[in-house]
Design a protein around this ligand. Structure first.
Ligand code: GUN
Length: 295
């Protein structure tokens, strides 16, 4: 008989991360420096709207300055670049975040590159990515950073473990794999990266001590694809239609939670797992930026 699985509660870890920021924020405020985060939201994507509102609310709750610049979906690349340029030169703004995805007529790579790397609190700029890759201090993409915080908080050791990362996005999969293979605490893992072109993914997932699913396919990982006592971190947040619910949809992860639950050692729920960590890490990066730019 298996022990009941440990539920890795992102809300608890996010609260801990935010608590740990309070001393730094107090020090900054005592010098009349208010850490400032500006988000740019282009268009009306409902999920992005919810996300940006939540960022703003949580930043303000911690005593940070937060605002959102909203642009029409038909705005031009030149307009967006001009705003980024202005924010790059605004000393009150320590962190700049352009909410992705942008409408398809934008060149997303050029937009990210236009952000001053010292204000790149998303960790998406090539300078941030390159610095992370070779182990230098850098801003780290918030979702993979949040996954590491969860594992660390619950004392889940990665050293010597086989971690299977599912997904190869620039935002999650690639930085996740890089961070886990780094030397030292929270790293030292042997990492396999699977993605949409991996045939027979179960061949790999069944060998995993830890699975990190970040592929955006609802309930892809099922009980038959895992070994007993695996740790699962589910990064997916997928809306699937559910006529029984008033809003018409429910949120599910990339993992079939109910089917895997009896077999796992530990698992993050969706919602309430990794999703809540992303904003906590963004606030942490904003405080880090304010410290580096001001002190
Ligand atoms: N879209 C989905 N997640 C993110 C994120 O972490 N940062 C930005 N800028 N856009 C996103």
């Amino acid at each position: 008989m298996q022990n009941s699985p440990l539920i890795l509660d992102g809300k608890v870890v996010a609260a801990d991360v935010k608590n740990r920021l309070k001393d730094d924020i107090a020090t900054l405020l005592s010098k009349n420096i208010v850490p400032g985060l500006t988000a740019i939201l282009v268009g009306e994507d409902p999920a992005s709207q919810v996300y940006v509102r939540s960022k703003e609310r949580q930043a303000k709750k911690l005593g940070l300055h937060s605002d959102v610049i909203r642009l029409d979906a038909h705005s031009t690349q030149a307009e967006l670049l001009a705003i980024i340029h202005q924010l790059n030169n605004d000393a009150k703004v320590h962190g700049i975040l352009v909410q992705l995805p942008l409408p398809s007529h934008f060149d997303e790579d050029a937009v990210i590159e236009a952000i001053n790397p010292e204000k790149d609190v998303d960790g998406f700029h090539p300078i941030s990515v390159g610095r992370m890759q070779i182990g230098l201090d850098s801003f780290i993409s918030c979702t993979p950073a949040g996954v590491l915080e969860i594992l660390d908080y619950y004392k889940i050791v990665t050293s010597g473990k086989h971690v299977v990362v599912i997904g190869r996005s620039n935002i999650v999969g690639k930085p996740m794999a890089n961070l886990l293979t780094r030397k030292g605490k929270r790293g030292d893992a042997t990492v396999t990266v699977c993605h949409s072109r991996t045939p027979n993914m179960a061949l790999f997932t069944r060998q995993a001590d830890i699975i990190i699913a970040a592929v955006g396919v609802p309930e892809l990982i099922t009980a038959d694809m895992i070994k007993d006592d695996v740790v699962i971190v589910d990064v997916g947040i997928n809306r699937v239609g559910d006529a029984k619910l008033e809003k018409g949809y429910k949120l599910v992860g990339d993992v079939d939670y109910q089917s895997v639950l009896p077999k796992v050692k530990a698992i993050t729920p969706v919602p309430g797992g990794v999703g809540v960590m992303t904003i906590a890490m963004l606030l942490s990066n904003t405080v880090k930026a304010a410290k580096k730019l001001s002190l």
